[in-house]
Design a protein around this ligand. Structure first.
Ligand code: B12
Ligand code: SF4
Length: 302
């Protein structure tokens, strides 16, 4: 990749290929659809972590994770009923999650590098509860080793990389009762077929312009507002470089505009009295034109 920083503003995302889904995401970000009782109930499970954070970092592991927040928000905005089942910091996380997914029509599980035993156990419990209910994995771990995870769990589908458009396509097919027939044509998946064979679908193109996304609705985590005074945010995804040793769930650089980021921070401040933003960008300071741009707007957000 060249040293140039690409500014994607104005460029159509993904070559305009997923226009229908982008329009759904951006229009429902502005005016969310009301929850529709005829649409499936989706449970999104957040696994616990054995990660011991350095002193002062406790908030980092405890606050809403961005990936699940985005998935939950685009689904809820599109009228799906969504329940976040946060199994972190629970005395018996598997039992807690098994109770939380009961009654859901579809189960999504976030996968992080340190969560395999929980993920394996939860997929088994979910399938024992209802063998026909789809169990979908998403997040960094399954994106990096999809076959390993599907071979060693009872999950049906892996969502690889950025998940917003993929999950909407999956839920749309599921709602129409045509998921089994249509899944192979949805990009960004690893599927377990009826005979157990694993099949990759076409790769999912990554969003370059992140302004179509909603501000994650952290109210869906069901925590008291003061809990959200510290919030994990990002001004972009991926990186402008491609170092051979570095694993990234979203490899290419995608950016939010300064105006979009400013609006997000202001809304989080207003909704949750957020006063501390932890930026999770891979390379926050890579360019004065890059995420560092938000320094320019920090005055107006204060
Ligand atoms: C912030 C961060 C943390 C935070 C929060 C973690 C979290 N779970 O969100 C903290 C500090 C807690 C953390 C800890 C660790 N982290 Co960390 N972290 C990141 C970082 C910098 C950003 C993640 C993020 O929020 N991205 C933005 C969101 C929007 O993207 P996303 O999470 O990928 O979510 C998208 C998709 O993955 C998908 N998706 C996500 N969840 C789900 C669920 C479903 C059902 C579906 C369908 C889709 C889906 O859709 C989302 C929207 O597009 C990434 C590097 C990076 N930039 O990717 C590393 C990264 C994820 N971390 C990593 C590692 C190794 C760890 C630790 C194991 C470190 C350690 N040695 O202890 C622990 C694990 C703790 C844990 N359980 O997460 C690795 C993961 C490697 C891998 N193969 O899994 C990464 C990729 C960094 C790296 N290259 O090494 N981390
Ligand atoms: S995040 Fe850092 S290590 Fe990874 S590709 Fe970018 S510059 Fe290289």
């Amino acid at each position: 990749m060249s040293g140039e920083i690409t500014d994607f503003s104005g460029a159509p995302n993904c070559g305009g290929e997923y226009r229908r889904w982008e329009d759904l995401i951006s229009s429902t970000a502005r005016i969310p659809l009301p929850p529709d009782n005829y649409k499936p109930l989706v449970a999104l499970v957040v696994p616990p972590s054995p990660f011991t954070v350095p002193r002062g970092w406790g908030y980092y592991l405890e606050r809403p994770f961005e990936g699940i927040s985005y998935i939950a928000t685009v689904l809820a905005n599109a009228g799906y009923r969504v329940k976040i089942v946060d199994a972190r910091f629970k005395p018996a996380p598997l039992a807690y999650a098994a109770a939380g997914i009961r009654g859901a029509d579809l189960v999504g599980v976030g996968t992080f590098e340190d969560g395999f035993p929980f993920i394996e156990g939860l997929c088994a419990l979910a399938k024992d509860q209802d063998p026909l209910r789809p169990v979908i994995l998403g997040g960094s771990l399954v994106t990096s080793v999809p076959e390993l995870l599907l071979r060693n769990t009872r999950a049906d589908i892996a969502v690889l990389g950025e998940g917003e458009i993929t999950i909407l396509e999956l839920l749309d097919a599921f709602s129409r009762g045509t998921l089994a027939a249509e899944a192979a044509s949805i990009p960004g998946l690893l599927l377990r077929g009826p005979g157990g064979a694993l099949t990759f679908t076409a790769s999912r193109k990554q969003l370059s312009n992140l302004d179509i996304l909603p501000v994650p609705d952290l109210r869906m985590w069901g925590r008291k507002s003061h809990f959200l005074r510290q919030v994990l945010v990002s001004s972009g995804r991926g990186c402008h470089k491609n170092c051979s040793f570095c694993y990234r769930t979203t490899p290419k650089l995608g950016l939010k505009s300064v105006a979009g980021l400013r609006g997000e921070l202001l809304l989080l401040k207003e909704r949750h009295q957020a006063e501390f933003f932890q930026f999770t960008d891979l390379t926050f300071t890579f360019s004065k034109k890059g995420p560092w741009r938000c320094v320019k707007c920090s005055g107006s957000c204060a």
